[in-house]
Design a protein around this ligand. Structure first.
Ligand code: UD1
Ligand code: CA
Length: 458
């Protein structure tokens, strides 16, 4: 049997987001908002449940990576009703509840709440926050210092509206209290919703021990109900990630314009210029240089890799000392060996380039396996698609491909072959061979520009 179980409430529609997407699935730095709450929960409880409702299948799919126990609330009849749907599944004596829209909450804060609750022998402990602008939140009403009730914004008197201590929606309850209290909640007009905060005043009246812990950093308790709050949460989580990276020895020139997803790892002495996004499950080793306007997604960069301005890559592996860009596009399945150079306006897809190979300008390399020390000339194109299927191009070591070459796949070029500029290669080239496929050049003496001008009378 688990000692503490967690419940995340995520059945609401999130109407204030004005979105077709359920609120808890709105992403911040690569993770859905609800995942942040679940990650924090996992630091404090033994098992977590999520209550779903609005577009429940989508929500369950979107959060399954962080939680596999879901309970569905029939109609969204309020936070009290949401907790009621799950209560019969719970077995632990202590239940930690959080809304799915508090992505800034920290695991350490939740652990602190649990410790306080146990130390003081409480039946209910509410996590509160002292905020400058309490509008929209439930206000914490105290009497002689003791919490007596939580009053929702829309039902608060003028005096209560002025209270700046608010309910974060995070609570710790003893299960036995919930089992008694939840069936007794009454619905609030106009929508007939059952309010979970009503359990607090019920417990006070019933003589239970009710306490509160005020969160040190009030931002942690911020509920994300609107797109403006979503943007604010982005900023806070971006800063937290950047601060952790800087503490680990990464230089971030302008943290305000650097967006690194939560799960990204960056090695020591890597330098990140302004206006960069590093996303998904990317890992950058030590001493990398990431220049401005670069986006890196789900990629692994070896030690000392340099990605120059305005390059985009997804699902790629770069060896040590690779140089990419400026303005290069590396697509999934690309693997570049050590010291490879891929320059401006080069696109690579599903291809391996051996160590020291260079494609410095204006090329398309798709479905190719290229050996070591190859020179891919400017304007080289692997013609990998015949309108029906993709075909491979295989190039050996030490090959020189002259500029403006088309390699019509499937085709194979042997080691140390030389292809003359402007060739269209449709047949395999043996190793050490020279291949050329240009139309022979013709010369018409005296027919240059002077001749043309004369004929046109200019
Ligand atoms: C709630 C609290 C308020 C607190 C604030 C903190 C209530 C009545 N009010 O208000 O005191 O200050 O959070 O952020 O609890 N949900 C369900 N089923 C429902 C309704 C909501 O699962 O029927 C879920 C939502 O998906 C959401 C969470 O509960 O994740 C909170 O609901 P929300 O509508 O955002 O409550 P607030 O108005 O913010
Ligand atoms: Ca909310």
């Amino acid at each position: 049997m688990e000692r503490i179980e967690g419940v995340v409430l995520a059945a609401g529609e999130g109407r204030r987001m004005r979105s077709r997407r359920p609120k808890v699935l709105h992403e911040i730095l690569g993770l859905p908002m609800g995942a942040y709450v679940l990650r924090a929960m996992r630091e404090a409880v033994d098992r977590v449940w999520v209550v779903t409702g609005y577009r429940c299948e989508e929500v369950e799919e979107g959060l399954r990576q962080w939680c596999s126990s879901f309970v569905r609330q029939g109609a969204p009849k309020g936070t009290g009703d949401a907790l009621r749907t799950v209560v019969s599944s719970l077995t632990a004596p202590l239940i930690l509840v959080a809304p799915g829209d508090v992505p800034l909450i920290r695991g350490s804060t939740l652990r602190g709440l649990v410790e306080h609750h146990l130390r003081e022998g409480m039946d209910v402990t509410v996590l509160t926050a002292f905020v400058k602008d309490p509008e929209g939140y439930g206000r914490v009403v105290r009497d002689g210092g003791a919490v007596v009730a939580i009053v929702e914004d829309r039902e608060a008197s003028l005096a209560e509206k002025a209270l700046q201590e608010v309910n974060t929606g995070v609570y710790l309850f003893s299960l036995s209290l919930l089992v008694k209290a939840l069936p007794l909640l009454s619905p609030h007009p106009p929508k007939g919703e059952y309010y979970l905060p009503d359990v607090v005043s019920w417990a006070v009246k019933g003589g239970y021990k009710v306490g509160a812990v005020q969160v040190k950093d009030p931002l942690e308790g911020m509920g994300v109900n609107t797109r403006r709050e979503l943007a604010k949460a982005w900023g806070v989580l971006r800063d937290r990630k950047n601060e952790a990276l800087m503490e680990g020895g990464v230089t971030i020139v302008d943290p305000c314009s650097t967006y690194v997803d939560v799960e990204v790892e960056v090695g020591q002495d890597t330098v990140i210029a302004p206006w960069v996004q590093i996303q998904g499950k990317s890992r950058l080793e030590e001493d990398c240089l990431i220049c401005s306007h670069v986006r890196i997604r789900d990629s692994h960069l070896g030690k000392g890799a340099r990605v120059l301005e305005a390059s985009y890559m997804e699902g790629v592996t770069l060896g040590e000392g690779v140089r990419v860009g400026p303005m290069a596009h590396l697509r999934p399945g690309t693997v570049l060996g050590a010291e490879v150079k891929v320059g401006n306006f080069v696109e690579v897809k599903g291809s391996q380039l051996g160590a020291g190979t260079k494609a410095s300008h204006l090329a398309y390399i798709g479905d190719a396996t290229i050996g070591r020390g190859v020179n891919v000339g400017a304007g080289t194109i692997t013609c990998n698609y015949d309108g029906f299927r993709k075909h491979p191009t295989i190039i050996g070591d030490g090959v020189f491909i002259g500029s403006d070459t088309q390699l019509v796949a499937p085709v194979r070029v042997g080691d140390h072959a030389l292809i003359g500029a402007g060739s269209t290669i449709t047949k395999d080239v043996p190793e050490n061979a020279l291949a050329l496929s240009r139309t022979p050049q013709k010369i018409f003496a005296g027919k240059g520009m002077l001749y043309l001008r004369k004929r046109r009378g200019r």
